[in-house]
Write a protein that binds this ligand. Structure first.
Ligand code: TYC
Length: 130
């Protein structure tokens, strides 16, 4: 017996349900006949690590400039940007967003480049989101 539509249907369903689990078709021989069975296997995949992008407070960067940074690079509304800026101002740091590694690196680079172009010492860093 080489084909089994029912088993193939089960295989398809399982693969769509959980991407970190998979099924493998195996041929089992018994004395009387060959048959196909589905054997569950686990591939140990992990979701990619995520990184927080943080702004750090300083005494020189104007509040208005920080608000523009949050609107421009973190897609925040004026109200949300003002809220986050004040949190950084009062508490020393604040989270701008959580991203995959490449996106976080890009945001940090963009913010620092923009700040230096305007001669502001604004610091922006990333750290793994535990
Ligand atoms: N502390 C700055 C000031 O009083 C404002 C500021 C806010 C600077 C947030 C940096 O990430 C920052 N002008």
């Amino acid at each position: 017996m080489l084909t089994c539509p029912l088993m193939l249907a089960t295989l398809t369903t399982t693969i769509h349900r959980q991407s970190h689990e998979s099924t493998r078709i195996c041929r089992m021989s018994t004395q009387k006949h060959d048959e196909l069975v589905l054997e569950e296997t686990r591939t140990h995949t992990r979701p990619p690590p995520l990184y927080k992008v943080l702004l750090l407070n300083d005494d020189f960067t104007p509040m208005e400039f920080v608000v523009v940074v949050l609107e421009r690079y973190f897609a925040m509304s004026l109200e949300r940007a003002a809220q986050v800026m004040l949190q950084v101002h009062h508490e020393g740091m604040g989270v701008c967003g959580v991203y995959t590694r490449d996106v976080a690196v890009t945001k940090v680079t963009q913010v620092i480049t923009y700040a230096r172009q305007h001669q502001h010492p604004l610091a922006c860093v990333m750290e793994e989101n535990e």
